[in-house]
Design a protein around this ligand. Structure first.
Ligand code: GLU
Length: 429
């Protein structure tokens, strides 16, 4: 049997082939030579599995799809506050190459050129070579293979990028850049000239979807907090001056580049990359936009399509001998931890001397939910109950409830058949 997913992706791709609107970016002469028939779509899952259709091995320059990654490294090197002093986070509503700064002299955000050039300058390095090498290492780690530079695209842009150079000088004049603007802008051109495939970009996007952990190598290539900031700004500013429209219609945080690629990131779920060189008036790939619109509509990928989960957090409550077993399930965060607490607090009859939270069907628990549940158990202890967590895999982690109070950690329920190597009921301590 064959998976239906590649068939669906092929159908989406074929649906976009007939679109011939738009034109290639020609302000960088080398980009004007792009093969307009090339088209590709790739998606990568958090376990690294990839589906690729069309010309997924076709190589092109990353252009502005580099900006989220450079911003991420700038954040990782300097911390959010230092970066915010130099680059804002507000959508500009202007074209990506607008020569304008905010009233306070900062570029409005790191996804327009002025902000991206500034973010490039914030990469810590002894010299421009080291700065670029660190970026290439980061992009390669996110793609899971060694990337390199398209020297022809670099030379082409370096010879014609007067507008970006003007921006560099403007930024230097207001001390947003504190080093040679020509070095920084050339470094930015090199960053934009790094060669990728659509398959690479899907993995790079999946790395962002995965909180900065590259799905195949398991390497934490950017800190999770930096990735959160990157994705927030990408959501509001990633699609040039079409960002608001994009967010409401497609709802997938995305960044496009003038080479014709678009990367999309659904946090926790999926990285997407689409490519086709003809651009609309905003600078976004026309077919790429169409592909993303379809994926969002068909596959329910809009960021705001979040199914309510809180009603299903408690699977069952049973009294088994001396133990009240509360079986939990799903992905636990604030709202469903709250419903668990409310249910157990409102239901005042807890006849058994032991209360056990069974988390074996919980597939994830965030820090807030974990703290809330441990506090609930602490309060049961204060009321005179013994408490336990049935957690053979240690999903809840340390079960120290504070004030010297501990919950027992059990690997199974009393009387349950266990595997030969399972010691059965064992306090964790
Ligand atoms: N290197 C291009 C520029 O600075 C990138 C633009 C883009 O992809 O949006 O003009």
């Amino acid at each position: 049997m064959f998976s239906p997913i590649p068939d669906y992706l092929t159908e989406v791709l074929d649906g976009a082939r007939s679109i011939v609107d738009g034109s290639v970016a020609d302000y960088i002469p080398e980009l004007a030579a792009a093969d307009v028939d090339k088209i590709a779509l790739a998606i990568a899952l958090p376990d690294g599995h990839r589906y690729v259709v069309g010309d997924c091995d076709h190589v092109y320059s990353i252009q502005s799809m580099s900006k989220p990654f450079t911003y991420g490294l700038a954040l990782s090197d300097n911390g959010i506050d230092v970066v915010l002093d130099k680059v804002g986070v507000e959508p500009s509503g202007e074209a990506f190459n607008e020569i304008s700064l905010d009233d306070d002299g900062r570029p409005r955000n790191p996804m327009i050129n002025a902000g991206a050039i500034t973010a490039h300058s914030l990469i810590r390095a002894a010299d421009p070579e080291e700065r670029f090498a660190r970026l290439l290492t980061l992009y390669s780690a996110a793609a899971g293979r060694e990337l390199d530079v398209d020297e022809r695209v670099y030379t082409s842009e370096a010879h014609t990028g007067h507008r970006n150079l003007a921006m560099g000088h403007l930024l230097r004049s207001v001390n947003i850049l504190d080093c040679d603007p020509v070095d920084i802008v050339n470094g930015y051109f090199r960053q934009c000239s790094i060669r990728v495939t659509t398959a690479d970009l899907a993995l790079m996007a999946a790395t962002l979807a995965n909180g900065g952990v590259q799905p195949l190598t398991g390497e934490q290539v950017l800190p999770a907090r930096a990735v959160r900031q990157v994705l927030s700004v990408t959501t509001s500013c990633g699609m040039y001056d079409a960002a608001g429209d994009w967010l409401s219609v497609v709802g997938i945080p995305a960044k496009s580049g003038v080479s014709g690629g678009i990367i999309g990131v659904l946090p926790g779920q999926i990285g997407i990359a689409a490519f086709s060189p003809r651009l609309d008036k905003h600078g976004n790939s026309v077919r790429g936009v169409h592909i993303f619109e379809r994926l969002s509509a068909d596959m329910g990928m809009h960021l705001m399509n979040v199914p309510p989960t809180h009603r299903t957090a408690i699977r069952s409550i049973d009294i088994v001998g001396d133990v009240e077993v509360v079986e939990l399930q799903g992905a636990l965060q604030f709202s469903n931890a709250e419903i668990i607490i409310r249910e157990l607090v409102d239901n005042t009859s807890h006849p058994a001397p032991v209360v056990a939270l069974d988390v074996r069907r919980v597939n994830s628990i965030n820090d807030v939910a974990r703290k809330m549940l441990l506090e609930l158990l602490r309060r049961f202890v204060i009321e005179g109950k013994q408490v336990a967590i049935i957690d053979p895999d240690g999903a809840v982690g340390e079960v120290d409830l504070g004030d010297g109070i501990h919950a027992e950690r059990w690997t199974s329920m009393p009387g349950e058949t266990t595997r030969a190597d399972d010691p059965g009921i064992t306090p964790a301590r």
